[in-house]
Design a protein around this ligand. Structure first.
Ligand code: SF4
Length: 463
């Protein structure tokens, strides 16, 4: 199930115009830890110099008080990372900071580019030496090569050459620049705290600072914050935006606002619509905590079936996937979840979860629920089957690892040992979001809004 098998991408936070910029950025990163647990970093600046600290590990481990106190200045950007491209080593942590002819420039990126191989090999051909294996570094090379007079124009010229998903934060000695790609695939919003401008991937980062959400940064919009003044520029023609629907299903925190919508509201509706599409006679409905809690409440409310806490999650193990690699996955279910026998014994149980990827975790979880005495186990999933990989910054595996690429819904149910199974339809999922205009749903439908370079996609699409 998704909580074990899909890795998050990255989180961004930035603060401009506050004496505690680095500390506030740290708080923002802390609340966005769910979007990346491999590494964290902050760069701050005081108008003349910039200061950086980054390391592998969780935000709280990376930033001790003495490290934070060295990050001077009233402007800062921060990043937490899970590696969707590049391996998890120190040189692949962000923000990336470079010195170039225009001064010092730092970058934090959430998303994945889809034309990286061509761009990178072209640049290497021209003599560029890359410091990391991350696609994000390409932005800095393109900015450094630009002959445009201002930083914002250099960035505009750079992003015009890349395709894919990118929410970006740039920091010079005195300027914070935030932008979202023209498709607006990854979220990025703007807030305010004590007169300072703040930006973050999700609005829960503003809450922890004590700030407030102002609005989303629009797809194709660049926000330039300098000397307390905010300027909005449009760097790309207005295109049809296609934000990631999976953010609502799983990635974002329910207390966040993304793409202008409250995640909690959408997630409850996902559960509600699922109950309408796939009703079943049962005694109790349980969630796979924590990611499907909110949707399960929606399912229980709509069906009138009692919500119970049938699985307890151990919160102190971290995300099972913090250590990349297959070998650790076998024990992840028992390490993370324990069934409550008194709740499950002799009951007909509906289990609501947010997705099935490989199916292996679901199988173990269902066995565990049955071993605890459940009479029947009915699995309900708050989105359609995930049958395609993501090329926009989410680590959904190749097609040949996705159970839904090889089996029908009914076959998946049998395979994982469920009595019945039901997936929310694509229409139902999109109706729950209630958004005017399209969204990216490529991992369910195979309809990619940005066609990836075949060098990137070829192997992942093979069955
Ligand atoms: S392919 Fe799926 S996970 Fe990736 S951006 Fe689209 S909806 Fe989101």
């Amino acid at each position: 199930m998704a909580a074990e098998t899909i890795r998050h991408f990255c989180a961004l936070t930035g603060v401009a115009g506050h004496p505690n910029a680095a500390y506030l950025t740290y708080l923002g990163l802390y609340s966005l830890q769910h979007r990346g647990q491999e590494a964290a970093g902050i760069v701050s600046a005081d108008g003349e110099h910039s200061f950086i600290h980054k390391a592998l590990g969780l935000v709280n481990d990376v930033f001790k008080p003495e490290k934070l106190s060295e990050l001077h200045g009233d402007i800062a950007i921060g990043h937490t990372r899970y590696s969707t491209t590049g391996s998890p080593v120190l040189r692949n942590t962000q923000p990336i900071r470079v010195d170039y002819k225009g001064g010092t420039l730092s970058l934090a990126h959430n998303g994945n580019l889809t034309n990286t191989p061509k761009l990178r090999s072209q640049m290497e051909e021209d003599g560029s030496i890359f410091q990391t294996t991350m696609d994000s570094e390409i932005f800095l090379h393109l900015v450094a090569r630009s002959h445009k007079p201002t930083l914002e124009e250099k960035i505009e010229e750079a992003v015009a050459q890349v395709d894919g998903a990118y929410s970006l934060l740039f920091l010079s000695e005195d300027t914070l620049i935030a932008l979202r790609d023209p498709h607006g695939i990854r979220p990025l919003c703007l807030g305010e705290y004590e007169g300072a401008h703040i930006v973050a991937s999700e609005s829960c980062a503003f809450d922890i600072m004590g700030g407030r959400y102002v609005r989303d940064i629009e797809p194709g919009e660049m926000v330039v914050i300098r000397d307390g003044h905010l300027e909005s520029r449009r760097f790309a023609e207005s295109r049809q935006a296609t934000p990631c629907v999976f953010e609502f299903v799983y990635f974002s925190r329910p207390d966040s606002r993304i793409f202008g919508e409250k995640v909690d509201k959408v997630r409850r509706k996902l559960g509600k619509y699922l109950a309408r599409e796939h009703p079943v006679d049962a005694d109790i409905v349980i969630s796979v905590p924590d990611s499907s809690n909110t949707a399960t409440l929606g399912y229980a409310q709509e069906s009138g079936i009692r919500f119970e806490l049938g699985l307890i999650r151990n919160h102190y193990v971290g995300r099972t996937f913090i250590q990349p690699g297959q070998e650790r996955r076998d024990h992840d279910v028992r390490v993370k979840f324990n069934p409550v026998e008194g709740v499950l014994r002799d009951r007909r149980v509906i289990v609501v979860d947010d997705s099935i990827v490989r199916g292996t975790t679901s199988m173990k979880l269902i066995r565990m629920i049955r071993d605890a005495g459940a009479k029947e186990v009915h699995v309900r999933i708050t989105c359609p089957p995930v049958a395609w990989p993501c090329f926009y910054g989410v680590d959904i595996p190749s097609r040949n690892e996705l159970i839904a690429a090889r089996m029908s819904a009914g076959e998946i149910g049998k395979h994982i040992g469920a009595d019945t199974i039901g997936f929310l339809s694509l229409e139902g999922m999109l109706a729950a979001v209630e958004r005017e205009g399209p969204m990216c749903h490529a991992c369910y439908s195979g309809e990619y809004p940005i066609v990836p370079d075949s060098e990137i996609s070829k192997e992942s699409l093979e069955l």
